[in-house]
Write a protein of this length. Structure first.
Length: 422
């Protein structure tokens, strides 16, 4: 027998991934949320989601009553996923297409509203459907809570065709990232195809909702395929991102540049916290070592790595622009690509990963117009930038990335020959 819903049965009270996702997606306190429970008196059920495979091991929230959408949520962009994940999703997606999700004994998340309350006033999925101008079904992947991750709603039409992906910025760190990506995507589609610039998804809508910032982003092409993790860097695309279809900019000295001024200002803001004095010292060492070196400045993607890149129809596609920005030394994306492949894919510590990034700059840097002095500047400046990014996220509530802090500061001090402050 189904029990009545109570505050204790509300999944938003959980501390796991299901709690984290439901707090973001169903943020309005007027929504009565329960799992396999009768909604409170005076409420009407407006949506049901299968919790797959279980409450304690939740991986997906899939809409009940729409097999096509449930299947699409599992199968969309499956070619971009690792082989083991791809196989499991393909199996479950095939089952969902014939209605197994609705018939299987998965727990059911029940969404209920007070009678006569308009769903568009309180339900995020309905608000996003209104922004896109068409009815939508929503699905959501579940993963462990992380203060740097954004819950994402997949939006589909009744046929199961993807219509958009809604990234939810729910704390200071993620609101900043979602807003930054929205700002970038407002400009980038106009550059597609210009001088080798990669294609990018369009921003469909940006919504402020219940203290959250949501960016609805165009789906990737259905046939997009991932870039191999061992692939050589696409240097023409890196330069196109840096220059935005313009001719090469004249090199400018690091000293006196807006870039260095920003680093110095951020390091000073960090100085009040743990290791902040070391960051100030790192910027000082960077200035002493490279201040008179002139380098070209331009834009960067900010997270240029194989898992944010794909190919469609022979053209490069790039997504996840939430760390992009202007006025950094050209070559930052190359250094980031090498550094992140080493840290994320091979588990290298920050010091060896920095050495690998240096070797990539030595190997490919001349094709970006970088001589030996400029390559050294790019690497040292990139490592400072990455520590400050780590600090910004921690300061905004995301916590410290243990792989980068304090290891990046240790690496910078070693490269500076002891100029840092212990």
């Amino acid at each position: 027998m189904t029990a009545p819903a109570t505050a204790a049965t509300d999944p938003r009270r959980r501390t796991d991934g299901l709690g984290w996702a439901t707090r973001a997606v169903f943020a309005d306190h007027r929504i009565a949320l329960s799992v396999d429970a009768v909604p409170p008196a005076g409420h009407t059920v407006v949506a049901r989601y299968a919790v797959v495979p279980s409450v304690t091991g939740a991986r997906f929230l899939l809409p009940h009553g729409s097999p096509r959408v449930a299947a699409a949520a599992l199968l969309a962009y499956n070619a971009l996923r690792p082989a083991t994940v791809r196989a499991a999703r393909a199996l479950l997606g095939a089952a969902a297409r014939v209605g197994v999700v609705d018939r299987a004994p998965f727990p059911v998340l029940i969404v209920a509203l007070p009678n006569r309350l308009d769903p568009a006033a309180v339900l995020l999925a309905d608000r996003l459907a209104a922004a896109l101008g068409a009815p939508m079904y929503a699905a959501c992947g579940i993963r462990p809570p992380d203060p740097n991750h954004k819950p994402t709603l997949q939006l589909f039409d009744h046929s199961g065709r993807p219509r958009g992906y809604a990234k939810i910025g729910w704390n200071d760190a993620t609101r900043t990232l979602v807003s930054a990506e929205a700002a970038a995507l407002r400009e980038l589609p106009a550059l597609a195809g210009r001088a080798g610039h990669p294609d990018t998804p369009r921003l469909l809508a940006e919504v402020n909702w219940a203290g959250q910032v949501i960016a609805v982003i165009e789906p990737l092409p259905a046939q997009v395929r991932g870039v191999r993790t061992a692939a050589a860097p696409d240097l023409a695309a890196l330069l196109a991102v840096a220059r935005r279809g313009r001719p090469p900019a004249a090199p400018r000295p690091l000293a006196g540049s807006p870039f260095l001024a920003r680093l110095a200002a951020e390091a000073q803001r960090a100085a009040a916290g743990p290791a902040g004095r070391r960051a100030v010292a790192a910027v000082g060492a960077l200035t002493r070592r490279h201040g008179q070196v002139a380098v070209e400045f331009g834009h960067w993607h900010g997270d240029w790595v194989p898992w944010n890149l794909g190919r469609h129809g022979g053209e490069l596609v790039a997504w996840d622009w939430e760390h992009s920005g202007p006025d950094v030394p050209v070559g930052f994306d190359l250094a980031h690509d090498a550094f992140q492949r080493a840290v994320v894919l091979r588990g290298e510590p920050a010091g060896p990963a920095a050495d690998i990034a240096g070797r990539w700059l030595d190997r490919y840097g001349d094709r970006l117009g970088l001589d030996a002095r400029q390559r050294h500047l790019v690497l040292d400046a990139y490592l400072v930038e990455m520590w400050l990014r780590t600090w910004r996220l921690a300061d905004a509530g995301a916590g410290w990335n243990a792989a980068l802090h304090p290891a990046l500061l240790d690496t910078l001090e070693k490269r500076a020959g002891g100029d840092g402050v212990a």
